[in-house]
Design a protein around this ligand. Sequence first.
Ligand code: PZK
Length: 309
Amino acid sequence: MSRRVGRSRLELPGYAPVYSGKVRELYAPIDPSTGQASRDTLLLVATDRISAYDFILDSEIPDKGKVLTQLSLWWFEQLVDIIPNHVISTQVPDAVAGRAVLVQRLDMVPVECIGRAYLTGSGLAEYRQTSSVCGLPLPAGLQDGSLLPSPIFTPTTKAPIGQHDQPMTYAEVTAKVGIAIAASVRDLTIAILERGNEIAADRGILLADTKVEFGLDTSRPDARGNPTIMLADEVLTPDSSRFWPAATWQPGRAQDSYDKQFVRDWLTSASGWDRSSGEAPPALPDDIIEATRSKYVEAYESLTGQTFA
Ligand code: PZK
């Protein structure tokens, strides 16, 4: 069960709204001379909205959009020898300063590319029912939080908002996008996950899993005529990935969430909200909002080694 909140979109003069996601929004710059929305660029805006237990909460986390945008930009740089990315510029309207990027419009690969280094969440649920995930057999005896023998590619369908993505087999990915692109996005997803874990390990952080989105630049075919595959969306943020503190990692139980633990703990205990009631969760108290903001800033600062301005 998830619920869309009827929050009004930003008014951004010179930009036309294209799409509004749960926590992010897309706009197309309008060419002032023609009045036409751009066909080659998009403005990707991260809001301060936060989700928990499949709900978008009524409370926002100050600076969350900025922290995630800056973290994603930092990761794009760490990955640029693996894959080029869609970022064109960080020159954006003042209203979204620091939390928006101008990006190259790509033909998006219609698969949610998920890489897993540790087993949890929907991957764990599938493993418990079938001993495999997305058609990949796994050894017996794995627990919630277990390190996998090697990282796995567990793609899903892109479901509309409010519906859950469905696991796909690799064969289904090849049927959808072709053998060449399927192999590329699989190998790139694993390479991004591994690079992410190498960097996070130095900071005492585990990267359990991550979701990445790829797009095709058809204007840049390679020698064989294949389009250039580019990394799109946001990358290796707490909204697209599970980061766990290495110090308390212990397979066999749910791990502490690096960013949302205060929110989850408060919602399921002190708030009096019943998760299974189907009702919207209550607004967060100020101290929970502030503690959560601090966790996002801490994630940014520990991973990048930079102070969040
Ligand atoms: C694109 N999304 C998901 C992300 C939202 C929705 N470079 C690109 N070119 C074309 N399309 C997309 C991108 C990117 N990134 C991304 N949907 C389309 C999405 C952020 C906010 F509302």
